[in-house]
Design a protein around this ligand. Structure first.
Ligand code: NCD
Length: 325
């Protein structure tokens, strides 16, 4: 795999191996970065440079990529406000910036407000490009960390029910996750058999993703607000914020019917997990944080392990350290 632009491109065999590699790396990391278990990873990316180009705000994605590269002994250059501090201000095209930056590093991490920008960048780049979010298009590394979190929480389980809530129209994390779920549906990696989509009509899932999902064989249910019956049947409850910063904003908020109240959360099964890509707004009140089902901070840290594994693979540095027993 040269570039990572969409989860639609990911080979199933690659995913199978990837989830296991992330698990091994996470186990080694838990021993501490000074431990013997971490030894094979410590300098795996020495002499490699990651170029981090963020044209849109980011906390988790940028910092976890930068931490991942640094933890593996590599270096990071880049800008967190590329729209302001790159030559975009002087009228340089994205393609030219990418051509130039590829000459300075070994891998490019791009977040950009334009849907399709990562694909455009990969067409001209001499080094691998990872899509770290392109407008309201996709966010494949988030989907990988979401799927890993589901996979590690439900190791031996299949036929799970996933409820996705919020701005399904513009939420790129949902787009990438649902592509992944469609792709894995008929394989031995399938975890999810039923999806409930909960969104107001003007923030419904784009038609093409909806069709792909339906054609994949996953059972799709549509709801326009949350209720106890939906909660009771959710193994994974994945909520998202309204993407109010997007240009085609027609409404400003998904409103109160999408807030995860105490009463709704109480209806979740004990074994369920609550996920959110973060940042959160009113849809996920902070008092939910103390529930055993709240997994969104673990999910965010899994981003580090997923991105380390991805960098190792894409920079061909995974000399497969001996797996932990
Ligand atoms: C998401 C994004 O940027 O799409 N954030 C993230 O990377 N974890 C979700 C969001 O901004 O709502």
């Amino acid at each position: 795999m040269k570039h990572l632009i969409t989860t639609e491109d990911l080979p199933v065999a690659w995913l199978d191996n990837f989830l296991t590699e992330v698990h091994h790396l996470k186990q080694a990391y838990k021993h501490g970065t000074q431990s013997e278990a971490w030894e094979p990873y410590r300098n795996a990316l020495a002499n490699k440079i990651l170029v981090s180009l963020f044209y849109e705000p980011s906390t988790r994605t940028r910092l976890s990529f930068e931490s991942a590269m640094t933890r593996l002994g590599g270096s990071v250059i880049g800008t967190e406000a590329a729209g302001m501090f790159s030559s975009a201000v002087k009228g340089e095209t994205l393609e030219d910036t990418i051509r130039v930056c590829g000459g300075y590093g070994d891998i490019l991490i791009l977040r950009h407000k334009a849907t399709g920008s990562a694909r455009l960048a990969s067409a001209v780049s001499t080094v691998p490009v990872i899509n770290a979010g392109d407008g309201q298009g996709e966010h494949p590394t988030q989907a990988l960390l979401d799927y890993f979190t589901i996979w590690e929480n439900f190791k031996d389980k299949q036929n799970l029910s996933l409820t996705v809530v919020g701005d399904l129209k513009r939420g790129r994390t949902i787009h990438s996750l649902l592509h992944l779920v469609s792709k894995l549906c008929q394989t031995h990696l399938a975890k999810i058999a039923r999806i409930t989509l909960v969104a107001p009509a003007d923030l419904a899932l784009p038609k093409n993703i909806f069709e792909t999902l339906k054609n994949s064989g996953v059972e799709v249910v549509i709801g326009d607000s949350l209720n106890e019956a939906i909660m009771m049947s959710s193994d994974i409850f994945y909520t998202t914020r309204t993407q109010a910063e997007r240009e085609d904003s027609t409404i400003t908020s998904t409103g109160d019917s999408y807030v995860l109240t105490d009463a709704l959360a109480a209806a979740l099964p004990e074994h369920a997990i609550i996920l959110h890509p973060l940042p959160r707004n009113q849809e996920l009140p902070t008092n939910i944080d103390t529930l055993p089902q709240a997994k969104y901070f673990t999910q965010a840290q899994n981003g580090l392990f997923v991105r380390m594994t991805l960098l190792l693979q894409m920079l061909h540095a995974l000399s497969t350290p001996t797996p932990e027993k």
